[in-house]
Design a protein around this ligand. Sequence first.
Ligand code: SF4
Length: 233
Amino acid sequence: MAILAYDLDPTEGLAGPRLKALLDLGFPCNLTCGGCARGRQRGRPNRAAPLAVADRLAGLVAETAAGAVSLVLFGGEPLLDTDVVVACSARVRDACARDGCGYDATVITNATLLDGFGARRLSRAGVTTLQVTIPVGARAASRSSLDQQRFGRILRSIREAREELDVLVRFEVDGAEDLREALSTVRVLEREGMLASPHPAAVLLGPRASYAAQARALFLARPARTAAVTRCP
Ligand code: SF4
């Protein structure tokens, strides 16, 4: 099931309200982090549901007379099917272009499936930002999986993606031990040049939170009005 939730924020800009939309793609995931139901799901991502939701959101651009649209795509691992993410973003981006409306989009990912080609495709479809969420401590599938293969793939993804997209690395931190682990990983990012110009990745430390909560946190202003929640089977 894909889920669309959106708010209209009239406080930003003069061209019209900002339409702030969350699109839970309803995908499974290639990892198995502790406490995450998506990690236990298997099978191919459902393509039809997120594309239907994207079409609904594209229609809302004109219906709401939005002056700008901010979209966050997530859940479980979006890059299991980059084609769908690209198509969803492009449909909303094109609707915004038709209405002279601003558009930005963020994809929340575990960054284990991304390369430069994928990042370029996302960028050309209007995606502006990649949030890489890194669970630490008990939530990671195992410490060794995060320390070795997985972290290596994340590093490679960030290195290639930051040429095309703004990259935000979010560490889930609950307590002092998580904080120590996160900071030592940040030092590795720094040593590897990920935080350096001309395309520095940004680092965010935050509590364990659902992807929907993380997506909402990406919107700077508090939504003024909850407009609707749409579900697609
Ligand atoms: S927390 Fe994210 S990366 Fe981990 S299993 Fe769940 S969806 Fe996948």
